[in-house]
Design a protein around this ligand. Structure first.
Ligand SMILES: [Zn+2]
Length: 145
């Protein structure tokens, strides 16, 4: 992810998150960039849906369905690490379209320098900030890294 940010320093960037749901936590294993046809401006990023869908689908197939799309990440250049109106609208569309098999998605919002990040559990009704914990990679996931 650091490579992606340094390459596109002056524009917003982001992508999809792949992982799984376990014990009331969303576990994130992979993150994509915006994809080759992603559109990045100073204030927004529109990911290449075909690219991210294929990335998530491939990992889903390789893992026999254990890994799947669990959310999105992106950068906020203005330093306000809370979901914008458009972020909330986009997450509702993703949840309603059943992009993920779980009824909520993770949203990670990074500062430009990647020193700060906040995580949100986005559902149709709420957008709650949640704690981020690093954990050991489960052994069964090692085959899909
Ligand atoms: Zn945003």
């Amino acid at each position: 992810m650091i490579f992606i940010l340094s390459k596109y320093k002056r524009v917003e960037t982001g992508g999809a998150l792949v992982g799984y749901y376990s014990e009331q936590a969303i576990v994130i294993i992979h993150a994509t960039g915006p994809g080759p046809r992603g559109r990045r401006t100073a204030t927004s990023v529109i990911v290449d849906g075909e690219y991210t869908t294929e990335f998530c689908h491939n990992l889903n197939q390789l893992s026999d369905g254990y890994l799947y799309y669990v959310g999105d990440w992106h950068v906020h250049h203005k330093g306000i690490l809370v979901p914008s109106f458009l972020d909330k609208k986009a997450s509702k569309i993703l949840i309603e379209s059943k992009a993920s098999p779980i009824p909520c998605i993770a949203y990670l919002i990074f500062s430009t320098n990647m020193e700060n990040v906040r995580a949100y559990n986005m559902s149709l009704e709420t957008q709650d900030e949640v704690e981020i914990k690093k954990c050991l990679t489960p052994e069964w996931v090692l085959d899909f890294l």
